[in-house]
Design a protein around this ligand. Structure first.
Ligand code: GLC
Length: 526
């Protein structure tokens, strides 16, 4: 791998609360993750990215950080974290941690001080709120006892930092160094396009009839020019450490031009490419997104890793198993449980999508459980839902709990080996998850886990895969096909009819029909 190892890395996202529970309290923890590292080395991933495990009231699943330099006791200790880095490192797996710089938790000591009237200018307090809306729905301002209001672009429990305050800037530099000193390889930057707010906090026109502001609206709290300077300064910190440290930014965009300024190479190492997630299962749409994104990567020299799932969007199996006209917005209310889901169809497509993902040029991120083909859990009772989005949108949006359900490791009943003791996990697991557990899929011919394993192993072995270029092949409107040199071809059949293919099969996402590629199936050819 090159010095810029991330350019072709496969990174596995762990949502710590839902990965594995070693202490049997129903919530995942770092010791649980350590005990399951062989699952990750078996998959063959280069790095693991951990969603937040910092002390937090968990009002937004830990994206409400009360202390940026510690581990929440529910997840373990700093000593556990150090062991994780060491044990992952011994398996050749790097550790990326989440940094949440736009906001903290109302429990953060500086916000508590601010409530007492000390250091309010580290946050955004005003005598009167403007009309800005929270990304989770409802007003972006909450009033405190003495009558002032503070800004929170997410939940009221997540006050936004004032990035024009030098102590805030310095504090985050210190946080970066704290984790870099402990051996992390880099950071996933949460809502990396926010942070700076335009002076004067100008009003935003909300499009009529939309409860939430769409991506790419030019709003005065996104994509402000100061961010580029900030990420250059963070890059300088990262580069001061040995071993090719990096950052990957979470920025949602629909228009590639929004991403371009971030991809110059002297700031962020990577910018997530989320554009396939809201794409309906259509060869034309997938090709359009891939062409545009690949062109952007080539033109800028940037790394835009492909993503098909994360802790914020409905799982692939479910997305591809519903009426594809509904898959416009990954957080749309279509998943309220009112729509028909064909899990068999969704699984077939999700497996084909996995082979596409791993054949694309560049880096890819895999969300925990996607390698098991888990569907979204749609029937979590309203009273057990935890995502603040659910209540903040008056239950219009089902929220993101359904993709955050604790993983099934073994056995036929909850907690499916998530914990060794018969505990109730923090979110309920569906009844039929035994057949999807790691143990059930391990070494099982045709399982989704084996498909991921083989594909990642083949990707490592094959000189055409990883970073590089692609050449489109024309195969009709319902087929997506490209070549990668030397000697690799991918064909995905999105259509309803089988299509012919030629070549030696390296791997297929489902059974083949002689020389025919069935619908919703992908094949890797030599
Ligand atoms: C990011 C996270 C999401 C969180 C939000 C606020 O989008 O991925 O889970 O709710 O930021 O921190």
């Amino acid at each position: 791998m090159s010095a810029e190892w991330w350019r072709e890395a496969i990174v596995y996202q762990v949502y710590p609360r839902s990965f594995a529970d070693a202490d049997g309290d129903g919530q995942g923890d770092l010791r649980g993750l350590i005990s399951r590292l062989d699952h990750l080395s078996g998959l063959g991933v280069d790095a693991v990215w951990l969603s937040p495990f910092y002390p937090s009231p968990l009002a937004d699943g830990g994206y409400d950080v009360a202390d940026y330099r510690d581990v929440d006791p529910r997840y373990g200790t700093l000593a556990d974290f150090d062991r994780l880095v060491a044990e992952a490192g011994a398996r050749g797996i790097r550790v990326i941690v989440d940094i949440v710089p736009n906001h903290c938790s109302v429990e953060h000591p500086w916000f508590r001080e601010a409530l007492r009237g000390v250091g309010r200018d580290r946050f955004i307090f005003r005598d009167r709120p403007n009309g800005w809306q929270s990304k989770f729905g409802g007003p972006a301002w909450t009033q405190v006892e003495d009558g002032q209001w503070y800004l929170h672009l997410f939940d009221a429990s997540q006050p936004d930092w004032n990035w024009r305050h030098p102590e805030v800037v310095a504090m985050f530099e210190d946080v970066l160094r704290f984790w870099l000193d402990r051996g992390v390889t880099g950071f996933r930057i949460d809502v990396a396009n926010m942070l700076f707010k335009q002076d004067g906090l100008p009003e935003v026109e909300l499009p009529p009839g939309t409860p939430l502001i769409p991506a790419d609206a030019a709003v005065p709290y996104e994509n402000q020019p100061e961010l580029l300077e900030l990420y250059r300064s963070w890059r300088a910190i990262l580069d001061g450490y040995p071993g090719a440290r990096m950052s990957v930014a979470e920025i949602w965009y629909g228009n590639a031009e929004v991403a371009r300024p971030y991809l110059t190479g002297d700031g962020l190492a990577q910018l997530f490419n989320f554009r396939l997630m809201p794409a309906p299962w259509s060869a034309a749409r997938f090709r359009e997104v891939i062409e545009e994104s690949h062109r952007l990567a080539v033109e800028t020299g940037g790394s835009i890793p492909w993503v098909l799932g994360n802790h914020d969007v409905p799982r692939m199996v479910t997305r591809y198993g519903i009426d594809q006209d509904l898959v416009r917005d990954p957080t749309a209310e279509v998943l309220l449980g009112q729509v028909e889901v064909d899990v068999v169809l969704g699984t077939r497509r999700a497996r084909a999508a996995a082979l596409l993902l791993l054949a694309l040029p560049g880096s890819a991120y895999i969300y925990q459980g996607d390698e098991l083909g888990l569907p979204e859990h749609l029937t979590i009772p309203a009273g057990e839902r935890q995502d603040p989005m659910f209540e903040r949108t008056a239950r219009t949006f089902i929220g993101r709990d359904g993709c955050r359900v604790p993983l099934p490791w073994s056995g036929q009943a909850t907690p499916y080996g998530f914990a060794d003791v018969p505990v109730r996990p923090w979110l309920p697991q569906p009844e039929e998850w035994g057949r999807l557990s790691v143990a059930a899929q391990q070494a099982a011919d045709g399982s989704t886990l084996e498909l991921y394993r083989r594909a990642i192993a083949e990707r490592r072995r094959h000189p055409a895969l990883g970073d590089g270029d692609l050449t489109w092949l024309e195969h009709g409107p319902e087929v997506l096909a490209f070549r990668r040199e030397p000697g690799f071809t991918l064909v995905v059949n999105f259509g309803a009819e089988p299509v012919p293919f030629t070549g030696t099969v390296l791997l297929a996402s489902g059974p083949l029909d002689g020389g025919l590629l069935p619908c919703d199936t992908a094949v890797w050819l030599a």
